[in-house]
Design a binder for this molecule. Structure first.
Ligand SMILES: NC(=O)c1ccc[n+]([C@@H]2O[C@H](COP(=O)([O-])OP(=O)(O)OC[C@H]3O[C@@H](n4cnc5c(N)ncnc54)[C@H](OP(=O)(O)O)[C@@H]3O)[C@@H](O)[C@H]2O)c1
Length: 276
């Protein structure tokens, strides 16, 4: 079965609309520094989703020659006015990304990048959930997939997807047995074929083919790649789909859910800020 990310996203939207009735309009600011078209377009899509849901999203587009200190000053200036702050990455090379992230108040770090928030996640007591990993977990939960005791293979170990997702899936109470693969993994297909749930987050177009997938596996494709002018995932979809019991397409799978999880985090930040 093909998982329709847009349907799941609209379920989450209804939950968000209901919550806004109680807590009022949350405010998010998205800051980009000399961003490429891809990052700007991602931020515009966040703004569009926010508008649709009644969440205020301000885009701040700083010139590419801005210094690390200038960006930090903008962040601290906006901190008191906004519930949530996100920054567009990658930054220009002269910018110290870790300093920028550390300058976001942890209570407003709705992308869950701050070391304190990652530390809380590591300890199993998260404040925010990182958006893309949480989107994967929402897909599994909302399709009534049993995770406990399942063998999960994640292809990719980045700080924003693979690593936090491994942490979240192996947490006590979620209880998957997780294997994390990367570019130095020997015999990748041995690990992917072993998986009850295979998660591709490599950023490598059509890396996963049918021979690499166990029959009846659940396949979640996080990858977003441009190939021959078309958006494709890390999974060769037409090849793998007949073999999978559940599979997400690209586009229209994980992506729409990720942006709704971000909005859920903005709501949480608003609730936290009213307690500060
Ligand atoms: N749908 C969404 O909401 C969403 C959100 C975020 C990202 N994405 C997409 O997800 C993909 C991954 O993003 P990211 O930020 O995690 O990327 P990243 O920082 O480039 O990390 C990619 C990871 O995959 C591993 N990898 C790359 N090629 C591989 C291969 N051939 N075999 C095995 N492992 C391989 C890398 O291994 P090494 O560590 O050894 O280099 C690395 O750990 C991208 O396509 C991105 O656009 C989608």
């Amino acid at each position: 079965m093909i998982i329709n990310g847009k349907d799941l996203a609209s379920q989450i939207e209804s939950e968000i609309r209901e919550e806004i009735k109680t807590i009022g309009i949350p405010k998010l600011v998205a800051i980009v520094v000399g961003a490429d078209e891809g990052t700007k377009s991602y931020m515009r899509s966040i703004q569009k989703v926010g508008e649709k849901l009644g969440i205020e999203v301000e885009l701040v587009d700083l010139p590419k020659e801005s210094s690390t200190d200038e960006v930090r000053n903008v962040i601290s200036g906006l901190s008191s006015q906004k519930d949530g702050i996100i920054v567009g990455r990658p930054f220009p090379l002269h910018i110290d990304e870790q300093q920028i992230i550390a300058s976001i108040l942890p209570e407003k770090d709705v992308d869950c990048l701050h070391p304190i928030n990652l530390g809380l996640l590591f300890l199993g007591t998260p404040r925010f959930s990182p958006c893309t990993p949480q989107a994967v977990i929402e897909i599994l939960n909302r399709t009534n997939t049993t995770i406990c005791g399942k063998k999960v293979t994640i292809v990719g170990r980045s700080n924003i997807v693979g690593k936090p997702l491994a942490m979240m899936l192996s947490k006590r109470g979620v209880d998957a047995t997780v294997t994390v693969c990367h570019t130095k993994t020997q015999n990748l297909s041995v690990h992917t074929r072993n998986a009850d749930i295979l998660i591709a987050a490599a950023g490598y177009p059509c890396l996963i083919n049918a021979e690499m997938v166990k029959s009846g596996a659940i396949v979640i494709d996080v990858g977003v790649n441009l190939k021959d002018g078309k958006l494709v995932g890390d999974v060769n979809f037409p090849d793998v789909e007949p073999k999978a019991s559940l599979i997400t397409p690209v586009p229209g799978g994980v992506g729409p859910i990720t942006t709704r999880i971000l909005m859920k985090n903005v709501l949480l930040a608003k609730r936290l800020s009213s307690k500060i």
